[in-house]
Design a protein around this ligand. Structure first.
Ligand code: ATP
Length: 239
């Protein structure tokens, strides 16, 4: 059974049909990337999975169970964390406080456990460790992105949904971030990654899908996608 399965998912914003029948699957332990141009429906796909945008037709199964009428906060508790585009960390809170907020759906954690889990995040994100007392607003874009991912991981997700984590970051920081994504997977978390940076995403992914205006047009391994003429022309900087 796949960890996550979308079956013919439709979703709309009023009259705008954002998803017109998306079917895909993510197996436990995979990094799967969802590529496509602006407005193709990538963010809406993630929002449908995490319960932020309603599914009008079709179904989404997580560990074989339907998420269709499940509220967003219960979806988090079932093990899906969504790190949305644009980071949205708390500017007036410290790095440590921002990280701790990620546990809010898990009830009260004893102080020692909380500290141990924050320490684990510092192992994955060493840059954040020396910034533990710094306020959110003072961080660079890359640091904020790392913090947003760390906060997502504190819900102890089985599946991490990442929306355009590389947006606006310098190339060297993007490389660090993608190395971290690999590291997160090696700790047992499955990743569904939305990216505009197709080459970078395909360098870490096991498989990928390409979306165009609400439909999936191609699925394959990174090599298959990199060799696909349509994909090359549209998303990989020429053929
Ligand atoms: P981007 O990279 O720009 O975020 P995307 O592939 O993630 O693109 P979506 O954000 O999922 O695309 O948008 C899919 C479609 O739904 C687009 O036509 C978009 O204009 C529309 N859309 C997205 N959000 C809303 C909204 N809140 N209200 C109305 N239409 C929306």
């Amino acid at each position: 059974m796949p960890l996550l399965e979308l079956k013919n998912v439709h979703s709309a914003y009023g009259n705008v049909r954002a998803l017109k029948g998306i079917s895909l699957h993510v197996e436990a332990g995979e990094i799967v990337t969802l590529l496509g141009a602006n407005g193709a429906g990538k963010s809406t796909t993630l929002r449908s999975i995490s319960g932020l945008t309603p599914v009008s037709d079709g179904d989404i199964l997580f560990e074989g169970k339907s998420l269709k009428r499940v509220k967003a906060e219960h979806i988090v508790r079932q093990g899906i964390a969504h790190v949305p585009e644009g980071r949205r960390i708390f500017a007036g809170l410290t790095v440590k406080e921002n990280i701790m907020i990620g546990t809010s759906g898990r009830g009260h954690l004893p102080r020692r456990q909380m500290d141990a889990e924050v320490e684990e995040m510092f192992e994955i994100f060493p840059d954040l460790k020396r910034l533990t007392g710094a306020l959110g607003w003072s961080l660079s874009g890359g640091q904020q992105q790392m913090l947003a991912v760390a906060r997502g991981l504190m819900s102890r997700p089985k599946l991490l949904l990442l929306d355009e984590p590389s947006l606006g970051l310098a190339p060297i920081i993007v490389q660090q971030l993608f190395a971290t994504i690999r590291n997160i997977r090696s700790h047992g978390t499955t990743v569904l990654l939305v990216e505009q940076n197709a080459n970078m995403a395909l360098s870490v992914a096991d498989r990928g899908y390409v979306l165009a205006t609400g439909n999936l047009i191609v699925e394959g391994t990174p090599v298959q996608l990199q060799d696909n003429e349509e994909v090359k022309a549209a998303y990989l900087g020429g053929g």
